[in-house]
Design a protein around this ligand. Sequence first.
Ligand code: MG
Length: 160
Amino acid sequence: MRIGMGYDMHRLVTGRRLILGGVEIPFEKGLLGHSDADVLTHAICDALLGAAGLGDIGCHFPDTDPAWAGIESLKLLDQVREMIRADWVIANIDATVMAEAPKINPFREAMVSHLAAVLRLNPVQINVKATTLEGLGAVGRGEGIAAQCIVLLRNAAASS
Ligand code: MG
């Protein structure tokens, strides 16, 4: 078994859609980034890559590469799944979205179902939590949204 963690933060700006866990959330601002800036999905990608010992999302999908411009981050997650699937089976994923606004809770179930579909998991293997930062720091001031994720991988040979 291997454990991995991921962390990401993106800046909130006007004129961008807000995508979290592949779900578009109605809000006056969206996250700025080279891709769709889905901070939750990026944290999950990094946790999976970390657990598998495969570096990080920036190594595989550099933001200098036009191929990834505006890409849906669920597609990056699908590629990460392809990278690890020969050797690893995902046991569970636990993630936390840190956002002062908007409210994340109403969208959690949809996020889990999008993520589970891409990763070919049962939704019970994925947990998405949300918290504000009580007005503290950049996230607390509403300047950005952050996400953290931890995953557990089982060796595919041992699981079959
Ligand atoms: Mg990112």
